[in-house]
Ligand binder design. Structure first.
Ligand SMILES: O=P(O)(O)OC[C@H]1O[C@H](O[C@H]2O[C@H](CO)[C@@H](O)[C@H](O)[C@H]2O)[C@H](O)[C@@H](O)[C@@H]1O
Length: 264
């Protein structure tokens, strides 16, 4: 634990650029994707860090349009769909080139394949597809087989990305590690020490990237990881954000104060 404590103590927020995964990191996992919300105290903390000029971005499997809804009124630099969509700090958007007509054919084929399994939830992200089995855990193997089959037959377009109760088909070349590297080459991130906080398998590429760049990686929750520090929960991420604000001489949002200091 001493190593982790030292690593955390060494984090001077003025010298860092922060990258955050969303589901399971800044927001609690929910039974369905559309039920997710970012706790107000976390939104407030991100807003204050951004207002202080600390470079930060969210790096998510979700689409940019969904991220803007989740983080409103903030409009953060962001990568969506595991890095396939990007918006830099100046608001410029970029997308990995994809064959939309071919992806539409895949979507239709997947929808047909899932029609026999109404308890599987197929999330359509335009350039990626997520097969969710959270509400039907008995269908895990069915979802895995379907996703593996599609990934094999459409390997020119899509790559398999397993996650929490989900098998995703993401565009070839989409990687959280690559997108963090790209952000680190651009203003206002360049010259800072990258810190990435995430919870899931897709985040391991991000942990590897920041480790290689001499940065700091933080895994939320249990499970094997390349990250060098661990936080227990979304609430712990919230308290950690509060510590960053304290280091900047700002009071943490009220609910973090209550969580960290306990009853009066
Ligand atoms: O990279 P992230 O920001 O963590 O996004 C990963 C995926 O998150 C969502 O699915 C996950 O969260 C859902 C809501 O809590 C949960 O129901 C599901 O089981 C999880 O897999 C989202 O729906 C995906 O599109 C994201 O790629």
């Amino acid at each position: 634990m001493g190593g982790q404590d030292d690593a955390q103590a060494a984090l001077d927020p003025r010298r860092c650029a922060f990258f955050f995964d969303v589901d399971g990191t800044l927001a609690e996992i929910q039974p369905r994707p559309e039920l997710v919300f970012v706790p107000p105290a976390i939104l407030a903390a991100l807003g204050r860090l951004q207002a202080r000029g600390i470079p930060l971005a969210v790096i998510s499997g979700r689409r940019l349009v969904d991220l803007d809804r989740l983080f409103a009124p903030l409009r953060l630099p962001a990568a969506g769909v595991h890095g396939a969509e990007r918006r830099d700090a100046a608001g410029r958007q970029q997308r990995l080139p994809v064959d939309r007509a071919a992806l539409e054919r895949v979507r239709a084929e997947l929808a047909q394949a899932c029609a026999g399994h109404p308890d599987l939830y197929l999330e359509n992200k335009d350039v990626a597809f997520a097969l969710h089995y959270r509400l039907a855990p008995q269908l895990e193997e069915t979802a895995r087989r379907l996703a593996e089959d599609f990934a094999r037959r459409h390997a020119d377009l899509l790559t398999l990305q397993p996650g929490k109760c989900v098998f995703e088909l993401k565009p070839r070349g989409a990687s959280k590690g690559e997108v963090i590297r790209d952000f680190m080459d651009s203003s206002p991130f360049a010259g800072h020490r990258p810190v990435f906080v995430g919870d899931d398998l897709t985040d391991e590429a991000g942990f590897a990237a920041v480790n290689e760049l001499g940065g700091h990686s933080i895994k939320v929750g249990p499970g094997p990881t390349a990250a060098v520090q661990r936080l227990d929960s979304v609430a712990a991420v919230g308290r950690w954000l509060g510590e960053l604000l304290r280091a900047l001489g700002e009071p943490p949002p009220l609910s973090f104060t209550q969580q960290t200091e306990g009853p009066p």
